[in-house]
Design a protein around this ligand. Structure first.
Ligand code: P6P
Length: 290
């Protein structure tokens, strides 16, 4: 199934075709480098390599006005005017989310959001978003204005395995990031309730944990912390794309007060508390954090 807009389709096809290469390229690139990303996190060789590979390919697509990456301080101007109709799209990528899981050989992913506005932008201007999950099988979940679909990726090809993906009505799993003593009291109280109702699934890479929620129903959250009220995850590269996907799948997203997609950003690398999952669980969380 292709997306109607040829530029959006080309971006999606470029990323999905690159997934097999990225997965194979992880071998031999597990070491850390003496560099930090703009969020101050130590980079793994694979972070830089995956970013360069995707950046080179996406920035040359006609119709892409900006390439933005969690691994780069500045937004890349791909030529043309991102506000002009012809170059309307900005592509924001977390090339290798959860790359710290490379050391322990656990799942990780690539996250992308295609905005029809110059970034930093509100998530409401996303027209398509997706993630690649490097699990036992390499899969892609893609959300567009029409639907959410899941694909298996191999050899540069994508094969659809499920159309109209929606969150199961009955939640089963939860996963919350950060250390319990660092959670604000209101979030601790909420987590205590959820622990009595659902099963813990937390793997340290957002995409693996979000895919559990999308598969089984539940909630994933990385709350604002006492030590860092803005939370850990980045709005443009993680919160907005994942929030878009989960909302298109019938769930909700929240920064604790409102949909992530409605947050007006100030900076391309700004962090936000991220909560995504079944709507009633998010509603309860917002009531708790009021
Ligand atoms: P912690 C990975 O570094 C990441 O950005 C997300 O993929 C993941 O959900 C979170 O950070 C894990 O953070 O504090 O549990 O290591």
């Amino acid at each position: 199934m292709t997306v109607s807009d040829p530029v959006v389709e080309e971006v999606i096809a470029t990323i999905s075709r690159s997934a097999t290469e990225i997965r194979q390229g992880l071998i031999g690139r597990r070491g850390t480098v003496d560099e930090e990303n703009p969020s101050g996190e130590t980079q793994v060789e694979a972070d830089i390599w995956a970013d360069e590979l995707l950046g080179d390919r996406l920035a040359t697509i006609d119709g892409v006005g900006q390439y933005a990456s969690e691994e780069r301080a500045e937004v890349v101007d791909c030529g043309g005017d991102p506000d002009a109709e012809a170059d309307a799209y900005a592509v924001a990528v977390d090339p290798l989310d959860g790359s710290s899981n490379l050391k322990s050989n656990n799942s990780m992913g690539t996250i992308f959001g295609i905005y029809d506005d110059a970034v930093p932008a509100r998530g409401e201007s996303i027209v398509a978003a997706g993630y690649i999950l490097y699990g036992p099988i390499t899969t892609m979940v893609l959300a567009t204005e029409e639907t959410v679909s899941e694909y298996e990726l191999t050899g540069g090809e994508r094969t659809i395995v499920e159309r109209n993906v929606t969150l199961p009505d009955e939640p089963v799993v939860y996963g919350f990031g950060g250390r319990i003593p660092d959670w604000p009291d209101a979030f601790q109280a909420y987590a205590r309730e959820i622990e009595q109702e659902l099963k813990l699934r937390y793997g340290g890479a957002m995409i693996g944990d979000v895919n559990q929620v999308l598969t089984y129903g539940g909630i994933f959250g990385y709350p604002g912390l006492e030590s860092r009220p803005e939370g850990k995850l980045r709005l443009q590269f993680e919160g907005n794309p994942i929030g878009y996907i989960i909302e298109r799948a019938g769930g909700r997203s929240s920064n604790g007060r409102q949909s992530l997609l409605s947050v007006e950003p100030d900076d391309i690398h700004e962090r936000t508390p991220v909560h995504v999952g079944n709507a009633d669980l998010i509603d309860r969380l917002e009531d708790r954090l009021e």
